[in-house]
Design a protein around this ligand. Structure first.
Ligand code: AMP
Length: 502
């Protein structure tokens, strides 16, 4: 049997004339359009020399052609490598050097700087749209394409995670990972062909690409596809949807909309949240206002989804629910790795068909994070309660999650420390009413240096993706340290806990 996700997807579709996607500006895309379009794009990739196993790096705005390219890569047995649209040219250069893709597809507006760094990495660049572009090439191709026969263990995608030491790691996801996870979610969340998912997530991330899109397609459902999250647009489209998947920020912003009510959401089947902790308070406010209990789930780039609150049964605020079918969770002592008792906080480890194959060309990192018995060490601290519900209590790696995006403090600190006049810095996440956490930098400057907040932010702008930029930069004479000389980030977080509350 062909384990190709695309094969599963085309087998799942009962009626190919059915609408798969409707864009927020009214463009209708049927499953036929998707399948035939993926065939044309797959032929276009072949024409540019892309073969099975080759990486295709893609940095483009969210669009239907971007999804066609994803499906085409699956179909051709190539490895889809989506890049956050916020990544700077310097950041993309790193990914190209590391992944050695056969092709980089980018938006025409960014072609010049990207083609230059791609050429240095000996990678061909192609515009996504316009004259001489991949889409133009695809239009000339036949739609017939024999879907590549792959095994469950063959790579479907590489998604880069932020690196704690400043270097990103490419998580290798297989066809088996993606198919098993999507089927588990369809089952857990009761997705059917009658569902219409309101899709407002980015598609370079596991949430919008795999959870939202794969679930929709494998359920033979359809989606309302928004270029980005906009509260008014969500409210406009909501009456036609049955399900919404979002990061907590979606829900906190929607709660402020005057139109959100029981009546406006009465027809909805499910509201799902993940990628960052949903405040128990948001959960309660949402239920009070709409009558729906948000269904929170937990996952990550390396594993897809691990746990979910139940569809039927208690959706417990402040918890991420129960392990998905075939997924095992255990909690261990972070130092010794020994499993600890129910209810105690430790390192969350995960094993199952969802767990990635390893980090691209980083065998040591892979061996350090996937144990010989197959459990992946997530880096998240948490506990499992008496009823089996998983609670995430913190992040071992000091990761900041801002508006659903991950920011590793170390990466921002490294850039700040390079600025003239800076002695050292510490970057922490501080509670933010809109973003969950706000990236906050604390800087110690040299005596006599004329650094100020605006100057630091301006100097970082060309170096870091927008979501990584500090929202505030504070200055201190010294960083608080413990007796071992370690910077006490906890103190910085506590002292600045109210920074964004005004
Ligand atoms: P990413 O790889 O970008 O999907 O980020 C994964 C990280 O997001 C996880 O390791 C968790 O730290 C965090 N995360 C995802 N979902 C949740 C959730 N429901 N509650 C708390 N943290 C979450």
């Amino acid at each position: 049997m062909n384990a190709n996700l695309f094969q599963h997807l085309s087998d799942a579709i009962a009626d190919t004339s059915k609408t798969a996607i409707e864009t927020s500006d009214g463009q209708v895309v049927t499953y036929d359009d998707l399948i035939l379009g993926a065939g044309r794009y797959a032929n276009a990739l072949m024409a540019r020399g892309v073969g099975p196993g080759d990486r295709v790096a893609v940095q483009v705005e969210k669009s239907v052609p971007a999804l066609l390219l994803y499906l085409a890569c699956l179909r051709a047995g190539a490895v889809f490598l989506p890049l956050n649209t916020a990544y700077t040219t310097a950041e993309v250069a790193y990914f190209l050097g590391d992944a050695e893709p056969a092709l980089l597809v980018c938006d025409p507006a960014r072609r010049d700087p990207l083609a230059e760094v791609a050429a240095q990495a000996a990678v061909e660049t192609l515009d996504a749209g316009g004259e001489g572009s991949l889409s133009a090439l695809a239009r000339e191709q036949s739609h017939a394409f024999p879907t590549a026969v792959v095994g469950e263990d063959d790579l479907a995608a590489i998604l880069y995670t932020s690196g704690t030491t400043g270097r990103s790691k490419g998580a290798m996801l297989t066809h088996g990972n993606l198919v098993s996870n999507a089927l588990a979610l369809i089952d857990t969340w009761r997705f059917t062909a009658d569902d219409v998912l309101l899709h407002a997530l980015p598609i370079y991330h596991t949430h919008g690409l795999f959870v939202a899109s794969n679930v929709t397609f494998l359920a033979d459902a359809s989606m309302l596809f928004c270029p980005k999250f906009n509260v008014d647009e969500i409210m406009r489209l909501l009456p036609r949807a049955t399900a919404l998947m979002g990061v907590p920020t979606f829900y906190t912003r929607l709660l402020k909309h005057p139109g959100l009510s029981r009546e406006a959401t009465a027809h909805m089947r499910v509201f799902i949240s993940g990628s960052a902790p949903l405040l128990a308070e948001t959960h309660r406010e949402w239920e009070a206002k709409t009558g729906h209990a948000i269904l929170e789930r937990y996952g990550m780039t390396e594993t897809g989804m691990n746990t979910s609150n139940p569809y039927e049964g208690d959706r417990v605020a402040g918890t991420v629910g129960l392990p998905l079918p075939d997924v095992e969770i255990r909690v261990t002592d972070p130092e010794s790795g020994v499993e600890i008792a129910t209810g105690e906080v430790g390192m969350i480890e995960v094993r199952g068909p969802n767990v990635f194959k390893g980090y691209w060309r980083m065998p040591e990192k892979t061996a350090a994070e996937i144990r010989p018995d197959g459990f992946f060490i997530t880096g998240d601290l948490g506990k499992v309660d008496e009823r089996g519900y998983v609670h995430i209590v913190g992040r071992g790696k000091d990761l900041i999650i801002t508006g659903g995006f991950n920011v590793y403090p170390k990466e921002v600190e490294t850039e700040i420390d390079l600025l003239p006049g800076v002695v050292e810095s510490a970057v922490v996440g501080v509670p933010h009413p809109d973003l969950g956490e706000g990236v906050t930098a604390v800087v110690v400057s040299e005596a006599g240096a004329t650094l100020d907040e605006a100057g630091v932010i301006a100097a970082l702008e060309p170096k870091l993706a927008r979501f990584k930029l500090p929202k505030r930069v504070l200055f201190l004479d010294d960083l608080p340290r413990n007796t071992m000389g370690k910077v006490q980030k906890k103190v910085l977080r506590e002292e600045n806990a109210g920074l964004y509350s005004a």
